[in-house]
Design a protein around this ligand. Structure first.
Ligand SMILES: *Cc1c(COP(=O)(O)O)cnc(C)c1O
Length: 817
């Protein structure tokens, strides 16, 4: 569709007028007094107003009982900056750019000051954001339910190579993207005890007398679909006190008691927990989870009643997805409300609950499977514990009838972990209380069935499926790589933005086209130049944009194996030190990612990266052929510079540990080639791209199982392998740590002791593969061909495909586009 120039001019003039109007009426500033933030706010409100009509239409649509609604329950939504995304999805980027220009502003500069809502840790929270984007683009009515944390994930600062955490005050300058629905709030009970009695009908009933009640207030944030006039929204709950001030206590002279309840209530939604920390004993975290789940379930039932449908039809009017176990208390909460407050009998309540919920498992790491000490659970949620006991005893009765006399299986399937200190296993609750359970890649679903949830799978195999994750091509290609996107659209049109699976493959015939290859290279090179400028501004280190950009950005974790990457760097350094004239392909190693504040080994890995960088970057023998960069505070906003600039994407987790990965997809969609293990979605990316366009190395899940059986002895590898010995000896020599021989001891001890993630075992396969990559990089035309083919074949990894699968296989709703 071609818009008349006159209409565009009018639109730009109107935008300009609206921006000025909002500057006056909302920010209360004149042009002369306005700060950059004032202008940003004025532009943001101008754009938000253009979402309003469609947003209000959606709210009306919620009352339509013919349309099934998806509720996506997630403790994290890592949506990234709103402005750019809204401009792309509304299709008014160029117009707003021109309007701001006319006002003497630079749109880019305005976008740069937006604070990102960092309401997620990484992949899981970002997946929730991509999913809501796709749901809206596919015109599926949906609400993303979560928590309006006052502070998101900490901001990462680096001092002397160590990570320091700074509070993320993202709401400091106001948030123009949310609407506080102060009249929409729910009461959430916490603590106390239960009472049992016989009601006037002679029915045995339970009553929950809480210790405290807090209030959850809805804050809605619009999520626009891609140029389709649809807007869904996130509904994030803010915790508040019901009474902000206890006058009785105040009048007694007890001032601190007078504000106690306010402090307690507000603490619930105060801060997002960084993951990877042991959760046992985290009372506040369980309160957080219950708080947002209770508000969300109450809201869901309110909407259902507004639709005028009988309660038994809940599963037909709503599909509720549990994004990991964080919201899994919802199973017990819905049962509690149905039974205690709506007088539904157990069997009906259970049928409704089970058919409404589905559960997505995100991890196989045993330490990340949530379980709560029974005592903590009982003190916070006494009524839920009773209900869970009842769910468990009925579920175990079924187990026992299927496997008579098999105590082992009953123990393994129980929701209560009875070995030693007793725990509530949230994954078991989620599984028993859902009609579908899905893994997030083919391999991960397989391992769920064979391993983590084997006994559940054997009992109800039809419940278990895999739906491979995806990412939205709107943010990850069109918004963050506009040059590459135009190049693609110029050749194959814009259909790929909404029909990626069918359309982007049309690039394939261009992979060998020399003119296209050249434009492709130039575009990638522009991005590398920009990142180089950004890096030198941030860290003062000059990098060569002609070198291979070898990039590893993701949370820092031993299973992801950033240290394996560092070992390869040290290996190359050793080779240069032995032979300074060595002919090698120059590389820039770029790392980024946060470590959980309590995860000491991860923090030491950050220090290791900086320490190796300090030596390698400044050694005259290296002569600039190797550079090591740490890109601080990696988040959705800063990732704009990173994914698109990569030549090589590092996806090197120990096989069987990464459930899917989504960073792997973003890189590949942006034309990076991947060095990867047979893990998570890497396998499917390789299958799609073709083995010849992917650099595979390392042990498979089966290899690792076999090695564990025969006995893995990493110390033997150290003794017998010269390359490994040189790397580790150099680490222990203090050369990278200004003479401190002990700095990296915890890391070295772990690797030589038991090396739980098989770093030493995989090293040689990795280093050999890296050598092949260097050789391949020398043939520019062939490399570019592989890069184009990777992009052309990534259609499957659009989150639109993932959402279509959820719609068909789990939610029973019809997407349309
Ligand atoms: C995509 C993304 C992740 C997930 O990366 P993985 O490589 O899959 O671990 C983490 N953080 C941010 C900011 C992301 O955008």
């Amino acid at each position: 569709m071609i818009t008349e120039p006159a209409i565009i001019v009018n639109q730009v003039a109107q935008l300009e007028k609206d921006i000025l109007e909002n500057l006056y009426s909302i920010q209360g500033k004149s042009r002369d007094l306005a700060t950059t933030n004032d202008w940003y706010m004025a532009v943001a409100y101008t754009v938000r107003n253009r979402l309003m009509k469609n947003w209000i239409d959606t709210l009306h649509g919620l009352m339509d009982k013919e349309v099934k609604l998806v509720g996506y329950l997630s403790a994290e939504f890592l949506v990234g900056p709103h402005l750019g995304n809204a401009l792309i999805n509304l299709g008014i980027y160029d117009e707003v750019k021109e309007a701001t220009q006319r006002l003497g502003l630079d749109l880019r500069q305005l976008m740069d000051i937006e604070e990102e809502p960092g309401l997620g840790n990484g992949g899981l929270g970002r997946l929730a954001a991509c999913f809501i984007d796709s749901l809206t683009t596919l015109k599926v009515p949906a609400i993303g339910y979560g928590i309006r944390y006052e502070f998101g994930l900490f901001e990462q600062q680096i001092r002397d190579g160590w990570q320091f955490e700074v509070t993320d005050k993202w709401l400091r300058f106001g948030n123009p993207w949310e609407i506080a629905r102060t009249e929409l709030s729910f009461t959430v009970k916490i603590g106390g005890h239960t009472e049992h009695y016989t009601d006037e009908m002679g029915l045995y009933s339970a009553r929950w007398i809480p210790e405290i009640e807090v209030k959850g207030v809805a804050y809605d944030t619009p999520v626009p679909g891609y140029q389709n006039n649809k807007v869904n929204f996130l509904r994030l709950w803010k915790s508040e006190a019901i009474e902000s001030f206890d006058f009785e206590a105040f009048n007694r002279g007890d001032y601190s008691k007078a504000v106690d309840e306010k402090v307690y209530s507000e603490n619930i939604g105060k801060v997002l927990y960084p993951n990877d920390e042991p959760l046992a004993g985290r009372r506040l975290r369980l309160s957080q989870q219950y708080f947002f789940v209770s508000c969300s379930i109450q809201d869901v039932l309110r909407l259902h009643e507004l639709r005028g449908l009988p309660i038994d039809q809940l599963p037909d009017s709503m599909a509720l997805q549990l994004n990991d176990t964080h919201p899994s208390i919802a199973v017990a909460e819905l049962m509690r409300i149905l039974i205690d407050e709506k007088q539904v009998d157990w069997d009906r309540a259970w049928r409704i609950t089970k058919n409404t919920f589905a559960y997505t498992n995100h991890t196989l790491l045993p330490e990340a499977l949530e379980k709560w000490p029974l005592s903590l659970f009982a003190s916070l949620l006494p009524r839920h514990l009773e209900i869970i006991y009842e769910i468990n005893s009925r579920s175990l009765a079924e187990v026992k009838s299927l496997y008579p006399g098999d105590d082992h299986i009953a123990r393994s399937l129980s929701i209560i972990d009875e070995e030693g200190e007793k725990y509530v296993r949230m994954a078991h609750l989620a599984c028993v209380g859902s009609h579908m359970v899905n893994g997030v890649s083919d391999l991960h679903a397989d391992l769920l069935k064979k391993d983590v949830m084997r006994d559940f799978y054997n009992m109800t195999p039809e419940k278990f499926i895999g739906i491979t994750n995806g990412v939205t091509p709107r943010r990850w290609l069109k918004l963050y790589s506009p040059g590459l996107s135009s190049l693609i659209s110029d050749k194959i049109g814009e259909g790929w933005l909404t029909h990626m699976e069918d359309e982007i493959i049309k690039l394939e015939p261009l992979a060998d086209d020399p003119a296209f290859q050249q434009k492709w290279q130039e575009t990638k090179r522009t991005y590398k130049n920009e990142l180089s400028i950004q890096v030198s501004r941030m860290s003062g280190v000059r990098i060569d944009p002609a070198s291979m950009f070898d990039v590893m950005v993701k949370r820092i974790h031993e299973y992801k194996r950033q240290h394996l990457n560092v070992f390869h760097i040290i290996h190359l350094y050793n080779r240069i030190k032995k032979n300074p004239g060595l002919d090698i392909v120059p590389r820039t190693f770029i790392f980024g990612g946060k470590a959980a504040p309590g995860y000491h080994m991860a923090k030491l890995i950050i220090k290791l990266i900086h320490s190796v960088g300090e030596v390698v970057n400044n050694d005259g023998d290296v002569d600039g052929r190797l550079k090591v960069i740490f890109f601080p505070d990696f988040n959705v906003k800063s990732s704009e510079w990173v994914y698109r600039s990569a030549d090589l994407s590092e996806q090197i987790s120990t096989a069987g540990k990464e459930a899917s990965g989504t960073g792997n997809m973003k890189f590949s969609m942006n034309g990076a080639l991947t060095i990867g293990t047979m893990d998570g979605a890497n396998i499917e990316i390789m299958d799609a791209a073709g083995k010849e366009n992917f650099f595979l190395f390392g042990l498979t899940v089966e290899d690792i199982q076999a090695l564990r059986k025969t006995g893995y002895r990493p110390f033997d590898l150290y003794q017998n392998d010269e390359d490994l010995r040189e790397i580790i000896d150099r680490l222990q020599s203090g050369e990278f740590s200004r003479g401190d021989k002990h700095l990296f001891k915890p890391l070295v001890d772990s690797l030589l002791g038991n090396d739980p993630y098989f770093v030493l075992q995989d090293f040689h396969s990795y280093a050999d593969c890296q050598q092949n990559i260097s050789n391949a990089f020398l043939d520019r035309s062939h490399w570019t061909r592989m890069s184009i083919l990777n992009v052309a074949r990534m259609g499957k990894f659009s989150s639109d495909r993932s959402i279509r699968e959820y719609c068909n296989k789990i939610w029973n709703v019809k997407p349309s586009y």
